[in-house]
Design a protein around this ligand. Structure first.
Ligand code: ADP
Ligand code: GLC
Length: 466
């Protein structure tokens, strides 16, 4: 079974968030199950593309407003566990960052170029698997654009990693798309805009979200797409993300200060915590609560300044935050150091290495998300013996069971300052009961959240439409 994934992000080539982790791991696990999965993504100007060698497999042109030349490159070595192809359109895609202000043209050109290559390739995929709105127009183009009529029989799958972002653009830009019969326009339009995510939901043969609970939530609240998802529910399902258990393994993770198997969780975490506390001027004898992620409303980040002020004033704890996002929140979080130096610190920015050490060294990982389609951080935390403190939404609900219900994490029902502070207090009390705390640590490290089970579910989904 030949599967072609298309995505804007893929770890380790280019990562902004969890989308990259998923697209970088799922194909590898699918190949272990006997599939032949590959990834097509844009060729960005970043450390990975500068360091690695690529060979040209195809050259062509795309017309998006005007004509652009493109090259299809493939990674020379096969270290990733799947074939990687990159669409090189120097004028549009060769940027240091994944996203920019010109994404309509950039990702449209990427999608047209990728399909142009697939259309002329002798070996067609059995399934085209699109991820998020950046590749959401592909199911439409495959089904309805005249230039790609030779691909119309190929089943398409759209995975929604985050329905907040839909890639909307004005109907005036419709001429950017390759030619299609005017009668098909309705597939592209939603609420008076061209909506790539909506078009993907309408045209893909199957649609899935990255956790079962998120699928249900979207039918009620999906940034305007609720009724569409309810109408299309017969072809929609939720498949929980997994984690790459080779990359995220505390026994072998080369970023860690000290590696540790389950049997040495206590000493291993202690060494990583000691490094963090020394580096960030925190007291290692206190429970360390951490946050890693995008500082946006979906993650509840706007509440952090108040939450941290409250809990740091009333409890002997340490807090360490790694993230970037909303500039106002970033500024408030930086200011907080002036008031709570010695018990609070933050690193504003993106730092892959530090994130791994935090998963290893923290006692608790905070995730007070308002929306969390799946969330990978809580699964990384579990694997590293760090207890997740999460809101009861989306994938968090599907992966974390509260200690009060015989589980291993701390969950709160609502996302507000009071509830999160109460959840932190529960963490403080649990930390005081070291016997139970250590028992939970050992237990959570054994939970298998690797991609094995979910990669198989995707294969079954493909089989149902091939
Ligand atoms: P989302 O994709 O919504 O941001 P996920 O929980 O699915 O959330 O995945 C986030 C991924 O990005 C994780 O791998 C997390 O470790 C990583 N990450 C987020 N922010 C940072 C940061 N500032 N530095 C390093 N890694 C980060
Ligand atoms: C999105 C979601 C996140 C999910 C990730 C990978 O970025 O916000 O919850 O884990 O995609 O699917």
């Amino acid at each position: 079974m030949k599967i072609t994934h298309l995505s804007a992000e893929c770890y380790p080539i280019a990562k902004v968030g969890g989308l990259a982790d998923v697209v970088g791991a799922l194909p590898k696990y699918q190949n272990d199950l006997g599939a032949e999965s590959s990834v097509i993504m844009p060729f960005y100007n970043n450390a990975y593309t500068q360091k690695n060698e690529f060979e040209e497999v195809y050259t062509g042109t795309v017309i998006v407003g005007r004509q652009f030349d493109f090259r299809l490159l493939s990674l020379k070595d096969n270290s990733l566990g799947y074939d990687l192809y990159l669409v090189d359109i120097p004028e549009l895609l060769f940027t240091p960052s994944v996203y920019s202000d010109y994404d309509t043209n950039r990702f449209l050109a990427f999608q047209v170029a990728a399909l142009t290559w697939i259309a002329q390739d002798a070996q067609k995929p059995d399934v085209i698997h699109c991820h998020d709105h950046h590749t959401g127009l592909i199911p439409f183009m495959v089904s309805h654009c005249l230039a790609f009529s030779g691909l119309a029989h190929i089943p398409t799958v759209l995975t929604i990693h985050n329905a907040q972002y839909q890639g909307w653009f004005s109907q005036d830009l419709i001429t950017l798309l390759p030619e299609f019969p005017a009668s098909k326009f309705g597939f592209l339009e939603w609420d008076n805009s061209i909506n790539p995510l909506a078009a993907g939901i309408k045209c893909a043969w199957r649609v899935n979200t990255v956790s079962p609970s998120y699928m249900e939530e979207l039918k009620l609240k999906a940034n305007g797409l609720e009724s569409l998802l309810r109408n299309e529910s017969a072809k929609c399902s939720g498949i929980l993300n997994g984690i790459d258990a080779e990359v995220w393994n505390p026994e072998t993770d080369h970023y860690l200060i000290q590696n540790y198997p389950n049997s040495r969780v206590q000493s291993g975490k202690k060494a990583n915590k000691a490094w963090l506390c020394k580096t960030f001027g925190l007291d290692p004898s206190r429970p360390l609560f951490a946050f890693i992620g995008r500082l946006v409303g979906e993650k509840g980040a706007d509440l952090f300044p108040e939450i941290f002020s409250n809990v740091l004033s009333s409890h002997e704890i340490s807090v360490l935050l790694l993230g970037s996002g909303h500039s106002g929140v970033e500024q408030q979080l930086r200011h907080l150091k002036d008031w709570h130096g010695g018990s609070y610190n933050c690193y504003i920015g993106y730092n892959e290495e530090l994130s791994h050490i935090i998963y290893a060294g923290a006692d608790y990982l905070l995730m007070p998300s308002r929306v969390e389609p799946c969330g990978l951080n809580q699964m990384y935390a579990l694997r590293y013996g760090t207890i997740p403190v999460v809101s009861s939404v989306g994938g968090l609900k599907d992966t974390v069971i509260d200690v009060g219900d015989g589980g291993f994490g701390i969950r709160h029902d609502y996302v507000n300052v009071g509830e999160v502070c109460h959840a932190v207090e529960r963490g403080v009390r649990l930390y005081e009961d070291q016997a139970t705390f250590r028992k939970i640590r050992r237990k959570i490290m054994k939970i298998d959240h690797s991609w094995n089970a979910s990669a198989q579910k995707y294969i079954e989904l493909y089989e149902s439409i091939i």
